[in-house]
Design a binder for this molecule. Structure first.
Ligand SMILES: Cc1ncc(C[n+]2csc(CCOP(=O)(O)OP(=O)(O)O)c2C)c(N)n1
Length: 310
């Protein structure tokens, strides 16, 4: 059974679309952020630096968890792959969290302009989650610490629930893998709850992840071996995500299986960083980028007067 109603399911889908749009806009655009006129070469940043491939999955996880936990002040979303910063930044912008630390990042047209233009830009936002991001306690470039940080935070804090998104590449680090053992420290009711989510999008930088090469059975056995109950969420459908969240099991370990780069122009390792490399000089790529941005129908989710209508 889904843990939220039909209205909420529709809202989750809208939020994912909005955040995907804003992720792509941060990566590529220096102007024309709402596509108010046809995209032209000058609208594209001269140096494209960032990561798209992981963003869709982060936005799916964030939107679904936000729907359930938005009113719980003791809930935290912990992101392992800090290179998925455009997705995190988009969510923080929409929720007004960025504006709490930087008034120019308001959840309106001016904030969208400011955040998109200044992503991965000299003296602007870095390309990865960093200490200037609200809620971040570790530099986002180095993979592996998310789960350990979450378990540390849950120790002695029974009120806390921490959802941790771990990359399948990240889980190849010794730190992340061994952190699965920390579950054994958190028994009893004096500690908070940690909900690990493996983002099984199949690839790390340019190669398949080891976990993508395991059969489902092998992966399930491994997860069970650490004392967790594997819970699969296949694809982006919020109904499936909410159904998994709604199931009452002890020590769940969610496996979110997506295609790396989903909703973009290519998939897998080709989507890891910048999928369309030269839209500032190649007309065909410029048009593909425009189509990609338009596919989210951002105009249904935001307008200059009403702001976000999610
Ligand atoms: C400790 C560490 N080793 C290597 C890297 C280089 N690196 C950056 S992104 C990446 C791939 C990450 O893959 P995954 O965790 O699956 O994230 P996603 O596929 O969702 O982007 C790697 C290996 C790193 N950032 N940190």
């Amino acid at each position: 059974m889904s843990s939220v109603g039909t209205d909420e399911i529709a809202k989750i889908s809208r939020r994912i679309r909005a955040c995907n749009y804003l992720s792509v806009a941060q990566l590529y655009l220096r102007d024309n952020f709402l596509l108010e006129r046809p995209l032209q070469f000058d609208d594209i940043k001269p140096r494209l630096l960032g990561h798209w491939g992981t963003c869709n999955g982060i936005n799916v996880a964030y939107a679904n968890l936000h729907a359930v936990y938005k009113n719980d002040p003791d809930f935290l979303f912990v992101l392992g792959p800090g290179h998925g910063f455009p997705a995190l930044n988009a969510n923080l912008l929409i929720d007004g969290k960025l504006a709490e630390v930087d008034e120019k990042a308001s959840p309106d047209y001016y904030g969208i302009k400011y955040v998109c233009h200044n992503f991965s830009w000299p003296d602007g936002f870095p390309s990865h989650a960093s200490p200037m991001t609200p809620g971040i306690i570790a530099e986002g470039g180095e993979l592996g610490y998310a789960l350990a940080n979450a378990y540390g935070l849950a120790l002695g804090h029974p009120e806390k629930t921490l959802a941790v998104l771990i990359g399948d590449g990240e889980l190849e680090t010794a730190t992340a893998l061994d952190s699965l053992n920390l579950r054994n420290l958190l028994t009893g009711d004096r500690n908070g709850k940690v909900l690990p989510f493996l983002h099984l999008n199949g690839y790390k930088i340019s190669a398949p992840s080891i976990y993508a090469r395991k059969s489902e059975r092998e992966l399930n056995e491994m997860i069970r071996g650490f004392g967790f109950a594997p819970m699969w969420i296949r694809g982006n459908d919020p109904e499936d995500f909410q159904e998994a969240l709604g199931k009452k099991v002890d020590s769940p370990f969610y496996i979110l299986k997506t295609e790396k780069g989903e909703s973009g122009p290519n998939r897998g390792h080709l989507a890891h960083q910048i999928p369309l490399k030269n839209p500032a000089s190649n007309y065909e790529e410029l048009k593909k980028l425009e189509e990609w941005l338009k596919s989210y129908h951002f105009e249904e989710l935001f307008n200059k007067e009403a702001g976000f209508t999610l």
